[in-house]
Structure formats: C-alpha cells, structure tokens
Design a protein around this ligand. Structure first.
Ligand SMILES: C[S@@+](CC[C@H](N)C(=O)[O-])C[C@H]1O[C@@H](n2cnc3c(N)ncnc32)[C@H](O)[C@@H]1O
Length: 196
C-alpha cells in the first residue's frame, strides 16, 4: 500500500512493531494501544474474534496473528469520535485499511451494536471492546455482544484507567453483576471471561 497525497494526515505510517522477535516482518499501522495491551491481544487471540472499534486496524492485525478469523468493525464516521476529521477522509481510510488488512480480517463499516445481529449466539471465542468509551456505550456493547461469545470466551475491555471513567464504571458494574469474571489486567486492558 502506498500512502498518497490525499491520504488522511492521521495515518502516519507503518514504522512500529511491538513483536519484533516473534514477527520480525510485521508492520502495523498507527493505533491507540499501549505496549501491554498489545501483548494481551496476542496472548488471548485464537479462534474467531470481533474487534469493536477498528480505527486503522492495529488491534485487528494483532488479533489476526493468532486468530483464525477477525471481524473488525468501525462506524468510520466523524461524528462518533473525532469531529475534526471529515467524513470524506474517513470513507477514504475505510477503503485503504480494507486493502492492507490480512485475508483473515473482515472489515465492516457500521455501528458495532447493529452488526452483532448478523452473528449466531456463541459464535465468537473473544471480543475486544474499544469503540465509544462512554459508560452507556460500553454497557451497551457488552449487553449486545455477550450472547455472541462462547461460554468461557474472552472479553477484553480497552482503556480501563482513570482518564476513561465511563469505561471503569461500566466494567466494574459488569464484573459485579457476575456474567463475566476478571482473569487479569494488562496495562489498560481488563481481561475477562464469560461465565457461561
Ligand atoms: C479508540 S479507537 C479504536 C482503536 C483501535 N482498536 C486500534 O487498534 O487502534 C475507537 C474507534 O471506535 C469507533 N467507534 C466509536 N463508536 C462506534 C460505534 N458505535 N460503532 C462502531 N465504531 C465505533 C471510532 O470510529 C474509532 O475509530
């Protein structure tokens, strides 16, 4: 893939590889994931995964190193996350991202909680929740996607830390309700397991 002049300036390139030893040739796009969170995605990937909030595809590409199939979903709409970026650019980057993702990643443009309806219950081995970070959205993402995860499957919540109080509040409530229990925390990733 060549980055061209009309490429959105928020795509800075593919110059970072957190897994040099295991995957020396890997090139990942920019993303918003801490080192430890990337390690968490690689550790738990396997089988069928859903990546909620694909952005430029970094989390999807990490999951795809070990998963059989990754469904990566993003609304690709400026209103949802970054009003300063215009929708023309976002449509453009949907096309660009689609082009460079590996063949075991399916990129879908849509609202994550609508897209989940296309899948059977207990279809996924894991879900990475990294879309809108408000309390309401995280609760809604969890409620919509929990049935789609196999019993004992993995649900990883990104950005469980002070800056995202909505994420912390939602995840704490989810854990207290008992449908998923905590396995561990790696950086800002809270890793949980669906109970049944
Ligand atoms: C923090 S970024 C995701 C970062 C990404 N996981 C990575 O590896 O770089 C959040 C993304 O979620 C998307 N998003 C927010 N709300 C959404 C929704 N309801 N449905 C689909 N995508 C959504 C935004 O467009 C944005 O690209």
């Amino acid at each position: 893939m060549t980055l061209s002049d009309d490429n959105p300036n928020f795509m800075k390139g593919f110059d970072d590889n957190p897994f040099l030893e295991a995957y020396p040739d890997l090139k990942l796009p920019d993303g918003r994931l801490t080192f430890l969170c990337q390690q968490a995605l690689l550790k738990y990937a396997g089988g069928d995964w859903a990546d909620l909030g694909a952005f430029l595809g970094r989390s999807a590409m990490i999951l795809a190193l070990k998963a059989d199939k990754v469904v990566a979903i993003d609304v690709f709409h400026a209103d949802k996350v970054e009003p300063e970026k215009n929708n023309q650019h976002l449509n453009y980057y949907f096309k660009v991202v689609k082009e460079y993702l590996p063949s075991n990643v399916e990129l879908i443009k849509g609202d994550v909680d609508n897209v989940c309806e296309h899948y059977d219950d207990e279809h996924f081995d894991g879900v990475f929740i990294d879309a809108n970070h408000s309390y309401e959205s995280v609760m809604s993402n969890f409620t919509h996607w929990l049935p789609k995860v196999k019993p004992g499957g993995i649900i990883i919540f990104h950005d469980y830390w002070d800056r995202w109080s909505g994420v912390v509040e939602a995840v704490d409530e989810i854990l207290a309700q008992g449908e998923a229990h905590e396995i561990e925390q790696m950086g800002w990733c809270k890793i949980t397991k669906k109970v049944k």
